[in-house]
Design a protein around this ligand. Structure first.
Ligand code: NG6
Ligand code: CA
Length: 501
């Protein structure tokens, strides 16, 4: 080729590459907390209406066989961000609010992979992956944090709504902190003079049913002790508004270039204290009203995308970090007012459980022009697949060692393929393997039930085998009937556990 032709070809190639890059969608991942498979009206709920989530479902693809990696928050989030099953890594169980960050800086995450492809990345909402190196000074810069694993912008609840410190951390500094009123946090020792739920129940507007009886913030006692930071303390009733406002301003500020927003709502985790606007929206008390509030948050994001004419250029995903729980430690009438609502829909178990309700969660995906509206998929997908899938969507390749347990499920996510994974591991204390229609639960010594939350955990000293195609509710254990299948699936689970997928 002559030099001029060579240059022209090169330029054309560059233009094509740029055009291809220009078509890459923004990604908004809305990640709810403790929302069960039966909690949304598009998944069959009738006691609560979720019109915005239903609109999202109707404009895109609704999945029926998608799993959080684990039946609690921290491990699910760890797996979803890194693409590595959390059960492979020690220290990834539910964390206290003063824990060190469990994703080492530099680990490839869904955020860093997209950042490497030119996306501006942000996280707004619940973090619960630890911050700092183990001895956080909440009054200075908190590092490492989201920035060190690929987020350009962060506005986070450090752990959970029920754990101290009850403050937002924006770009790794406590937001609205008055330096004259520094924050101290301890998970072992109360601060003299600071009221606790245990000793001052008369100060509470919501009482614990289990634990949650330490420092009182905004009339609610929490897990852990804190003092100081008065101007920075959140007001539970305003959390959804505060987070949604930050999510919308991130979209507004970054609308000109590809962006990735991980919007991790506080709803519907305890303490469930929705804004007055949502109180009484359902007959189910705070748990139902928190679902209505969550739906509002989703609606605000969809409206903002419409307003900025970004709807057709944005892949919106909605999912949850683990299954549902009714009483999770506060007396909020969730059990009394549940009525006929089935938070797990047809599934057995719930949050904390190795039965399917622990990890099988809603997933909605919308990208007009790319995902057919009003479609359904029963492809088997793990949230652990998101990093590899997002990287593929952005046109990137995975660095060696990145996302070791993730699969690129882009064709299934866009509805172009009906199938995704062949198998997947569920985690809730013990492990379970789903392979096609079958599910094997590994034997364990864990309790069968959690009496405090009234959950069937699903543990048994014997292996259990279920046929999910015929028995989605895991009512009939077929292990005794099919010992060969139990043996084969046990061997496969061992192989995966040993590290080869
Ligand atoms: C439990 C808490 C529960 C919730 C959960 C973590 C008690 C009695 N229960 O230990 O309220 O915080 O941890 O939830 O303290 S998660 O969704 O963040 O995993
Ligand atoms: Ca959760």
């Amino acid at each position: 080729m002559r030099r001029r032709d060579f240059l022209a070809a090169g330029l054309a190639g560059l233009a094509a590459a740029q055009a291809a890059k220009a078509r890459r969608p923004n990604i908004v991942l809305i990640y709810a907390d403790d929302v069960g498979y039966g909690d949304l009206s598009c998944y069959g709920a009738t006691a609560v209406r979720t019109p915005n989530l239903d609109r999202l479902a109707g404009a895109g693809l609704q999945f029926s066989n998608v799993h959080a990696s684990s039946a609690t928050c921290t491990p699910s989030r760890y797996s979803m961000l890194t693409g590595q099953y959390a059960w492979r890594k020690k220290g990834t169980n539910v964390l206290p609010g003063d824990a060190a960050m469990i994703i080492p800086p530099g680990t490839p995450t869904m955020a860093s992979l997209l950042k490497a492809e030119g996306y501006t990345t942000g996280v707004v909402g619940k973090w619960h992956l630890g911050l700092g190196n183990g001895n956080v000074d909440w009054n200075g810069e908190i590092t490492p944090g989201p920035r060190e694993i690929g987020f350009d912008y962060s506005f986070i609840i450090p752990a959970t709504g029920d754990r101290v410190p009850c403050v937002f951390v924006e770009n790794q500094r406590v937001a609205n902190l008055d330096p004259a009123d520094p924050i101290s946090v301890s998970y072992t020792t109360p601060f003299p003079g600071e009221p606790t739920g245990k000793d001052n129940p008369q100060l509470l507007k919501m009482h614990p049913s289990q634990g949650h009886n330490q420092t009182i913030v905004n009339g609610v006692s929490r897990i852990g002790y804190m003092k100081g930071g008065k101007s920075a303390l959140w007001v539970d009733e305003d959390i959804a508004d505060r987070l949604t406002a930050k999510a919308l301003s991130f979209i507004d500020l970054n609308k000109a270039k590809p962006f990735f927003l991980y919007f991790a709502t506080h709803d519907i985790h305890v303490p469930r204290i929705p804004h007055q606007r949502f109180v009484g929206k359902t007959t189910m008390g705070p748990r139902g009203d928190a679902i209505a509030e969550l739906d509002w948050c989703v609606g605000e994001v969809l409206k903002a995308l419409d307003k900025h004419h970004l709807t057709n250029d944005t892949l919106v995903l909605f999912s949850s970090d683990n299954g549902p729980v009714v009483d999770d430690g506060y007396k909020d009438q969730a059990s009394e007012k549940l009525g006929a609502h089935k938070p797990a829909g047809p599934l057995r178990g719930g949050k904390y459980s190795i039965f399917d309700a622990g990890t099988r969660v809603p997933l909605l995906a919308r990208w007009p022009g790319h995902i057919r509206k009003d479609s359904r998929s029963d492809a088997l997908i793990s949230q652990t697949d998101f990093p590899a899938t997002f990287a593929a969507l952005a046109g990137g390749t995975l660095p060696v060692g990145a996302s070791p347990d993730g699969v690129n499920v882009l064709p299934a996510l866009l509805g172009q393929s009906k199938t995704a994974r062949r198998q997947l591991v569920e985690h809730a204390g013990t492990l379970a393997l789903i392979e096609g229609d079958w599910k094997l639960v590994s034997p364990s010594n864990g309790a069968r039930r959690n009496e405090a939350t009234n959950t069937e955990l699903g543990n048994s000293k014997e292996p259990q085998l279920y046929n999910l195609a015929e028995d989605l509710g895991e009512a009939t254990d077929l292990a005794a009937k099919y010992p060969d299948r139990v043996r084969a699936m046990t061997a496969m689970l061992e192989k995966i556990r040993a590290g080869s997928n």
